[in-house]
Design a protein around this ligand. Structure first.
Ligand SMILES: Nc1nc2c(ncn2[C@@H]2O[C@H](COP(=O)(O)OP(=O)(O)OP(=O)(O)O)[C@@H](O)[C@H]2O)c(=O)[nH]1
Ligand SMILES: C[S@@+](CC[C@H](N)C(=O)[O-])C[C@H]1O[C@@H](n2cnc3c(N)ncnc32)[C@H](O)[C@@H]1O
Ligand code: SF4
Ligand code: SF4
Length: 334
């Protein structure tokens, strides 16, 4: 089966799958407090998710990241992970991983490791209990810290993802960096993106440019750019004094679209070929209409990739939001 190549000659080898739009947290930059979630019948079943992911793997996808909403609150999700491990065993897939808020890891870290997951990304924006409760609205810091411990005890490599938020975690920059270094965890900062209506919150107010964050780091450390790439959007620096590596995901101040290798699937089986554009195609219909034949599904996947745009149009530069997306980050999984 030939590779998936988009109109800009980028090979699509990375699939991100949102397995649920639900979550046990309500992070202020991601969701409003009273979100309406999809009825269950709209969701792809675990069998359908398996068939869809397997089709992509058959078309050259090597890296599969499960996300959400919170992927670990989807009922029966371990069955799906266990099913995907056959593609690791066969060598068709090189990485099976997930992005999680960590709340359920005390229970799931070990089974995930048993299914072949080697590394996970855990989102954490603060180490202060009260601030954690404020930013996640419904989360408890202790539960996530237990989850992180369980993940490391199960042998999983952990990367912490921290959304850089003005006036919120600016003062924790060094605390977070030290904590990750001590625990031998990677750390990546993300710029807040204009995704979805989040109620009364103001994203322009939340936006903290990673250029500023980097300058702040440079006040205390010698910061060296690294050429290294992991196939993701992050760019890395090393703090010379400690040797620690820190990642930056900067969709607003730096555009990494030219090397984009990924597409996203929602929990209802829509494919979004760019995080920062509205374009989507339906894969659920060909999936359901032809339960025994993958050819129509493969045709639909190819047609969708043929429409992948060059990049996003996010823009905060005019003191107003440009390129604002109507859908929430939890819809496509970030
Ligand atoms: N604009 C944009 N942002 C992205 C893209 N991929 C990831 N991000 C942002 O980076 C965040 C963290 O991504 P992760 O889920 O950790 O995945 P990753 O950065 O691909 O992970 P690695 O495998 O560790 O490189 C996402 O939630 C998004 O906010 C992308 O293609 N475009
Ligand atoms: C949507 S969540 C889904 C997975 C899981 N619930 C979690 O929090 O890791 C994936 C990532 O998106 C990030 N995110 C959510 N909304 C964002 C926004 N508006 N801008 C930038 N990152 C955002 C979160 O911090 C998290 O790291
Ligand atoms: S960022 Fe993740 S944990 Fe927070 S509300 Fe969104 S989906 Fe849930
Ligand atoms: S914004 Fe779109 S094109 Fe750019 S890296 Fe993200 S998904 Fe790829």
């Amino acid at each position: 089966m030939s590779q998936l190549i988009d109109p800009f000659q980028r090979a699509i080898t990375y699939l991100r799958v949102s397995v649920t739009d639900r979550c046990d947290f309500r992070c202020v930059y991601c969701m409003s407090e009273n979100m309406t979630f999809l009825p269950k019948k709209e969701l792809l079943t675990l069998e359908e998710l398996d068939r869809l992911c397997s089709a992509f793997i058959g078309m050259g996808v090597k890296k599969l990241r499960i996300t959400g909403g919170e992927p670990l609150v989807r009922k029966g999700i371990m069955t799906f992970f266990e099913g995907m491990s056959r593609h690791l065993d066969s060598g068709a897939l090189s990485e099976l991983t997930l992005t999680t808020n960590g709340s359920q890891l005390a229970k799931f870290a070990r089974p995930l490791a048993d299914a072949g997951v080697r590394r996970i990304n855990i989102s954490l924006d603060t180490l202060d209990e009260a601030k954690f409760a404020e930013i996640t609205r419904w989360g408890r810091l202790a539960q996530v810290l237990d989850g992180i411990e369980a993940a490391q005890a199960a042998g999983l490599r952990v990367k912490i993802n921290t959304v850089a938020l003005k006036g919120f975690n600016e003062d924790e920059l060094f605390t977070l960096a030290d904590w990750c270094a001590r625990k031998d965890m990677d750390l990546t900062f993300i710029e807040v993106m204009p995704m979805g209506d989040i109620g009364n919150e103001n994203r322009l107010g939340q936006y903290w440019s990673l250029k500023d964050l980097r300058a702040r780091l440079a006040e205390r450390f010698t910061v060296t750019d690294l050429a290294e790439r992991t196939g993701g959007p992050a760019r890395y620096v090393r703090l010379e004094e400690t040797g620690q590596k820190i990642g930056f995901i900067t969709p607003l101040t730096h555009n990494f679209c030219e090397s984009c290798n990924r597409v996203r699937i929602t929990c209802t089986g829509e494919i979004y070929t760019c995080l920062g554009q509205e374009g989507k195609s339906d894969l659920r219909a060909p999936l359901r209409r032809h339960p025994e034949d993958d050819a129509p599904l493969q045709d639909a996947i190819r047609a969708a990739i043929g429409l992948k745009p060059r990049g996003h149009d996010f823009d905060y530069s005019r003191q107003e939001l440009g390129g604002q997306m109507s859908r929430h980050m939890s819809h496509t999984g970030g």
